[in-house]
Design a protein around this ligand. Structure first.
Ligand SMILES: Cc1cc2nc3c(=O)[nH]c(=O)nc-3n(C[C@H](O)[C@H](O)[C@H](O)COP(=O)(O)OP(=O)(O)OC[C@H]3O[C@@H](n4cnc5c(N)ncnc54)[C@H](O)[C@@H]3O)c2cc1C
Length: 292
């Protein structure tokens, strides 16, 4: 889901969010469902009065007419729904069409890649960047989601702003719903806990009920998939999306372009940060990159 969070440089995060949004809009128009991108209605139930929302205008966010008891605000918007089961496969096909080659291999050191003759390495290793780039600011933030059979009568995708390490959401895709999630800082264990899954289903049913879905009791009745992942959080003092996107000179004719630390926002910011990373690579290749 397009849910960008700002890092410590809000203006830069906003540029990435904006160009991602443009790219996703263009993809929806040009590729149709094959790229897995579809814009659709999204409603956020806020237990507290929302603070500054630096990206609200990007998705035409506005107050919903009715605020149910127990909530401080309800916000409606129109957002890209990115079905990663489709989108990642589409991206992989695109790499091939553009002449790229996928190689599956565990990299133990970035320096070793230069010894193979590469001159520019782009480091997009997510939580793996903690070890590869020796960056202690990178931390795992485990999340769990379920894919379930759609239920009739669900009017829009739903989200809440519950404090702590759980947020409830129900995202609508063509052939499944995504129910989530947990936000577990420094949890590196990728096993799935059944109790957490049931708690997610219970919370999603309550949220769908609040939203007036007549079939809220059926939500999560048929589970299609269970997924766990480690969000690559990065930052200090409460910031978890401090993306590192910069050049590191690693010796004569050796350049690393770092692009990691997207935390909860990697799907939302990927096109924007990739565009900037590609510009940095081009500048290095042309010899016009700014020195550190
Ligand atoms: C449950 C869950 C729900 C989420 N929902 C959303 C959402 O709604 N919207 C949103 O914007 N974001 C969401 N995110 C966050 C988003 O998935 C991440 O921000 C994004 O995946 C980060 O992308 P990345 O390519 O930087 O890192 P990753 O997706 O982690 O990819 C890094 C890749 O590098 C590889 N790698 C790492 N180390 C090495 C190594 N040493 N050698 C070789 N390969 C290596 C890994 O295997 C992996 O393939 C969610 C995450 C989770 C877990």
């Amino acid at each position: 889901m397009f849910t960008p969070f700002p890092g410590s440089d809000v203006a830069r995060s906003r540029r990435w969010a904006q160009s991602s949004l443009q790219a996703l809009r263009a993809l929806e128009r040009s590729e149709g469902p094959s790229a897995g991108v579809r814009f659709g209605p999204f409603r956020e139930y806020c237990y507290r009065q929302p603070g500054a929302r630096p990206f609200a205008d990007l998705s035409c966010e506005h107050a919903a007419p009715v605020v149910p008891q127990g909530f401080a605000a309800v916000l409606d918007s129109d957002r890209p729904h990115i079905d990663t089961t489709q989108h990642l496969a589409w991206l992989e096909r695109r790499v091939g069409l553009l002449g790229g080659r996928m190689v599956h291999e565990r990299i133990t050191s970035l320096a070793a890649l230069f010894e193979r003759g590469h001159e520019i390495v782009v480091n997009c290793a997510g939580v793996g960047a903690r070890a590869l780039a020796g960056d202690p600011l990178v931390r795992a933030m485990r999340g769990i989601v379920l894919h379930t059979r759609p239920v009739p009568g669900l009017a829009r995708s739903l989200h809440d702003d519950a404090p702590g390490n759980v947020v409830t959401y129900v995202f609508i895709y063509d052939d499944h719903l995504v129910l989530g999630s947990t936000y577990e800082q420094d949890a590196w264990d990728e096993r799935i806990d059944q109790g957490q899954l049931q708690a997610i289903i219970d919370r999603c049913r309550k949220l769908a009920c609040v939203d007036g879905c007549p079939n809220w009791r059926d939500l999560g009745a048929e589970i299609l998939d269970r997924r766990v992942g480690l969000r690559p959080a990065r930052g200090q003092t409460g910031v978890t999306e401090d993306v590192r996107l910069e050049i590191e000179h690693a010796g004569a004719g050796r350049t690393i372009v770092h692009n990691y630390g997207h935390g909860r926002s990697g799907v939302s910011l990927a096109w924007g940060t990739a565009e900037e990373a590609a510009d940095l690579v081009s500048a290095v290749a042309r010899g016009t990159a700014r020195p550190d």
